[in-house]
Design a protein around this ligand. Structure first.
Ligand code: ADP
Ligand code: MG
Length: 401
């Protein structure tokens, strides 16, 4: 039976999208650290379905990291079994196992004296891949995490921003195309805007890769946004509730869970709706180097004061007012506005609202694959979605006295 369930081998596991996720099963897993009365992880049983993102959420010290590190055997369980696919990995060679499980930690954990390419290449080198194959894989992964290979492959980690380092951390974890990714508060140390982008990118990647991802966080909003399922953990990694975000928001299993969900559950449901799920509108659009007169006419016909200018690959560059266009009379030499607010189709309405509240246009630009322009979201669209969500929630919930 296990012959057909593709335990990955170094020769076959490298092609992109080839190695989809495998189920993970923890069976009565316990970890006792020496000299402690209570188990750090106390008899945990949980099944993580293949190809899903499962979020482990719980207070500090409840055993999240210990639970995760037992899956790749950075920590040995005191008792219990752990399966990946059909294989009981508690008996597998631990070093070998770790080469087939991607691991991403906070701060990325890159080696400072290795270049980006060398960092990403670590596991493929351990697996004995040929040089050319490694180089090709490095470039492919850099593209995958939205970093221009020629520009980044020879840099050192200190020459990158925190968000870029974290992307390299993800690329490194994916290098040998493992079926399973373990992510331990990976986006905990970056600023909120970078965190949002990294979350969006992870979702976009996952649509293609379909890995099984175990993701630890103490941020319930992050769990709602990223998780196919959420396990809410109490001390000893005890599972208090394990369900979809929708189900947990609609019916928290206990006061403890309620405490995590917090107030404004209806508002939080905005985190459950993606930009791609709502109607996009057309902005007035122009091309860098295009015809300014036509752009002005187009904006006027649509009743718009602002035009979004795209480059030759349809990537939004900046908003330009009709007045500016009239004055300049040309669309040449328009450069990218580094502060241009955009969201992706995978972003949540919550993110879109955030961006909108700091922009002066009342809309936010939406990008899709390769950052290409898709349209705009209007504030009215978000308000409408919020109303629908809260009236649906009011119907679903019994009225409290
Ligand atoms: P979390 O990731 O949820 O914050 P951890 O898994 O790191 O929690 O820790 C769970 C419990 O185990 C905590 O009480 C912690 O103090 C304890 N613990 C973690 N690592 C060790 C260790 N190496 N030795 C002893 N106790 C540990
Ligand atoms: Mg931890």
């Amino acid at each position: 039976m296990s012959e057909t369930t593709q335990p990955s081998t170094p020769e076959t596991d490298s092609e992109p999208g080839r190695s989809f996720g495998q189920r993970i099963l923890l069976e009565n897993v316990t970890k006792r650290y020496g000299g402690q009365a209570d188990a750090a992880v106390d008899d945990v049983t949980i099944e993580i379905p293949a190809g899903e993102i499962v979020m482990l959420v719980g207070p500090s010290g409840c055993g999240k990291t210990t639970t995760m590190k037992m899956i790749n055997r950075l920590i040995e369980p005191t008792s219990g079994k752990i399966f990946i696919g059909d294989e009981d990995v508690t008996h597998r060679n631990a070093d070998d196992l770790r080469r087939h499980i991607g691991y991403v930690i906070q701060g990325a954990g890159l080696f400072p004296h290795y270049t980006v390419a060398e960092n990403i290449a670590i596991v493929p080198r351990l697996l004995g891949w040929k040089k050319d194959r490694i180089a090709a894989r490095v470039d492919e992964l850099l593209e995958l995490v939205n970093l221009e290979p020629a520009q980044y492959r020879d840099r050192y980690p200190r020459e990158l921003s925190g968000g870029q380092q974290q992307r390299i951390g993800v690329a490194r974890a994916l290098a040998a195309d493992p079926p399973v990714l373990l992510m331990d508060e990976p986006f905990g140390a970056v600023d909120p805007i970078t965190r949002q982008r990294l979350q969006d990118e992870l979702l976009r990647l996952q649509e293609e890769l379909r890995k099984t991802i175990v993701f630890v966080t103490h941020d319930f909003d992050e769990a709602v946004k990223l998780g196919d399922r959420i396990a809410i953990l109490d001390v000893g990694s005890r599972i208090v509730q394990y369900d979809t975000p929708e189900a947990i928001l609609a019916a928290p299993a206990s006061d403890f869970v309620e405490g995590f969900v917090g107030h404004g559950a209806a508002l939080k449901q905005l985190t459950l709706t993606r930009v791609r799920d709502v109607e996009l509108h057309e902005a007035a659009v122009a091309q860098v180097g295009g015809d300014a007169t036509a752009a002005i006419q187009d904006a006027r016909a649509k009743g718009r004061e602002w035009v979004i200018v795209l480059d030759d690959q349809q990537r939004p560059q900046r908003w330009v007012s009709v007045k500016e266009l009239e004055r300049a009379g040309s669309l040449t030499g328009i450069s990218r506005d580094r502060d241009l607010e955009v969201v992706s189709t995978a972003s949540t309405l919550n993110d879109a609202l955030d961006e909108m509240l700091t922009s002066s246009h009342g809309v936010v630009v939406v990008t899709g694959r390769r950052n290409s322009y898709q349209g705009v979201v209007r504030v009215e669209t978000i308000m409408q979605a919020m109303q629908q969500i809260s009236s649906a929630a009011a119907e679903a919930r019994p009225v409290e006295p």
